[in-house]
Design a protein around this ligand. Sequence first.
Ligand code: NAD
Ligand code: UGA
Length: 452
Amino acid sequence: MKICCIGAGYVGGPTMAMIALKAPDIEVRVVDMNATRIAAWNSDQLPVYEPGLDEVVRQARGRNLFFTTEVHEAIRASDIIFVAVNTPTKTYGVGSGRAADLRFIESVARTIAEVATTPKIIVEKSTIPVKTAETIKDILSANAKGLKFEVLSNPEFLAEGTAIADLEKPDRVLIGGERTPGGAAAVEKLVGVYARWIPRDRIITTNLWSSELSKLVANAFLAQRISSINSISALCEATGADVDEVAHAIGKDSRIGPKFLKASVGFGGSCFQKDILNLVYLCEHFGLPEVAAYWENVVKMNDWQKHRFAARIVRTLFNTVAEKKIAVLGFAFKKDTNDTRESAAISVCRDLLAEHAKVSVYDPKVPADEIKRDVLGANGTDARLSIAASAYEAVEGAHAVAIVTEWDEFKTLDFQRIYNSMTKPAFLFDGRNILDLAKLTEVGFRAYGIGK
Ligand code: NAD
Ligand code: UGA
């Protein structure tokens, strides 16, 4: 069997590497129009940082895993074509700021129709609005010279930073297909790929629309839990309750469960906000404004939390941070990734710079030019923003230090040394609740957590 994946990003690269590792008899090609990205996949410096990914790629690359820009050739050669291109929020026209921009999906569908010479199974791996398979089928059938295509939905549930573990032992694999003999056969073929290493009872098959919608709903429910606990963090700060203790207490109820109840400076990442806004747009489109408003509040609460964190820093530093140095530790949207998309750090840095603070950022994995571009825009400059090569350099002379990403290395910093090098009184804001505030207070810090 030959398969290919169009889109060599955070999903396409790791997902296909895992299939290639577990199914040495399947030839897997990962293609992308971005030649720089493909070159990086073929080098020792992979474009995606994920614990364990290097090893998986090293084992399979050149054996049955290939990264190439030859999109047409890969389409022609493959029986199954995964589509893992980006589906960002639309920034123009109808649905701007909410709907998913499907131009990359549509362009891939047109290319497949144009280039294919034999029947194919097309697998939607990207996160897309419910009913997108219909659009893909329309484009294919209108252009495909009578060839038969089956379209499946197989959304990806991996989280960045734990992608390899998630792919190796997923909670479930979801495959949606048409309830026709052809659809059922295509579903079985894809089930056969995953069944090489995933127990059958973890492979769920549904109709197309349930599968497409389940992906958006899964992300909405996860993000909703974070916004729920973050809303309570504000009440905890006002009342003296401790949000981690509240989360622990409620999470012990097996009906609620302990996961995704970590109060924070706000969720980031390329998907939660995008997918909820997409859900909101769909609800409005289908005439359900109350449902749309309900889910939109998850995003509103998250925005509020990010601004609330920066505002608390300003308020605590005697209502002015102008020309004060503030160290921001961590810039990636979570630990163990170099991804900064929608990171809460971007919002925090911008709010502090707007107050004329001098912001010094340190992140172990994100390059300096990426940080500057994210905060200031492609051509922006601001002499108050600097990038440090270590946490110790970032905090030198600072009035306050804010932890924005939960990198493990921040837990083992020498906080006495940090305190000694800072301007007094020295403030510490733990935006991820990873440190023991009581110990920091002993060191001399005025220390604050989220919901504490
Ligand atoms: P990404 O931006 O990292 O990668 C997408 C790639 O597709 C890019 O390299 C781009 O060059 C390529 N591409 C776009 N159009 C193309 C075309 N016509 N031909 C060839 N290549 C093309 O995106 P990602 O983070 O991998 O996300 C991909 C999809 O998976 C999105 O729909 C996203 O919502 C979903 N998803 C992402 C994650 C995640 O953790 N990042 C998890 C689950 C689902
Ligand atoms: C999320 C989902 O967890 C994946 O299942 C999904 O496949 C993916 O989105 C996607 O569709 O892209 P990801 O965004 O990579 O994965 O990472 P998460 O672990 O979900 O974290 C998202 C954000 O929420 C991070 O900023 C994280 O710090 C924050 N978070 C998470 C909290 O603030 N509190 C928590 O309790 C958990």
